[in-house]
Write a protein that binds this ligand. Structure first.
Ligand code: TYD
Length: 207
């Protein structure tokens, strides 16, 4: 495919959404065509699936159901939005992708890396990003940011314990070891301009 597929990952409150905005502006100003997206990405089918997952009333949701729903939503978003953009040569900046499922469901929910990878390989048909940027913020710092921002919407995952978020964080560190070429870590506890600069330096190596 002609375009480049870049995903951003990190714990809740890592600031990746703000980093993506700065990166997008940087490339737009230089005349690149970019697409910023996040699952469910405005895709109607995926939006509906996400509502089911994130509903704070769905406390009885089974972890496997949760993992399958994220994978289903991802598949639709990938096929309806990401792949067409990549085929037309666009730089796709995606806020969370398959590594979120590996970290949150595989490690956080303890469903297992292999198990969650297996259902996701089916969902994504082996389409991995060209580059994944892990915005590294310690889970306690991230959660603090989430809960000190009053107008930020809190979902079912945000409301999980610090223990859960630590498992997710350690999961991400495992993923960096498993995919050292694809996943690159940047320090998210620096000022946003520095974090964005590090992200751009990494992206420059692949475009
Ligand atoms: P969102 O509101 O997009 O938060 P953020 O700005 O932190 O990305 O909510 C995404 C939540 O869903 C977040 O807590 C991580 C979780 N999640 C998973 O558990 N598995 C997944 O596959 C994805 C994509 C997200």
């Amino acid at each position: 495919m002609k375009g480049k597929f870049i995903s951003f990952e990190g714990p809740d409150g890592s600031g990746k959404t703000s980093v993506i905005k700065v990166v997008e502006n940087y490339y737009k100003e230089r005349g690149f065509k970019t697409l910023v997206t996040r699952e469910p990405g405005g895709i109607k089918i995926s939006e509906k699936i996400r509502e089911v997952i994130h509903d704070v009333e769905h406390t009885e949701m089974d972890p496997r159901t949760e993992a399958l729903l994220y994978a289903a939503s991802r598949s639709q978003h990938l096929n309806q939005k990401i792949i067409p953009a990549l085929e037309s040569g666009i730089i796709v900046l995606c806020d969370r992708y398959v590594d979120s499922s590996l970290a949150y469901q595989g490690f956080g929910r303890k469903l297992g890396y292999d198990e969650v990878l297996a259902i996701n390989m089916f969902a994504i048909d082996s389409v991995f990003p060209n580059l994944t940027i892990f915005v590294d913020v310690r889970p306690e710092v991230g959660l603090n940011r989430v809960f000190s921002t009053a107008d930020r919407e809190k979902n079912r995952l945000d409301l999980e314990s610090l223990e859960f978020h630590k498992e997710v964080y350690n999961g991400y560190l495992e993923l960096i070891k498993i995919y050292p070429k694809r996943i690159k870590r940047i320090n998210g506890e620096q000022p946003i301009s520095k974090v964005a600069k590090e992200a751009i330096d990494l992206i420059e190596t692949i475009i």
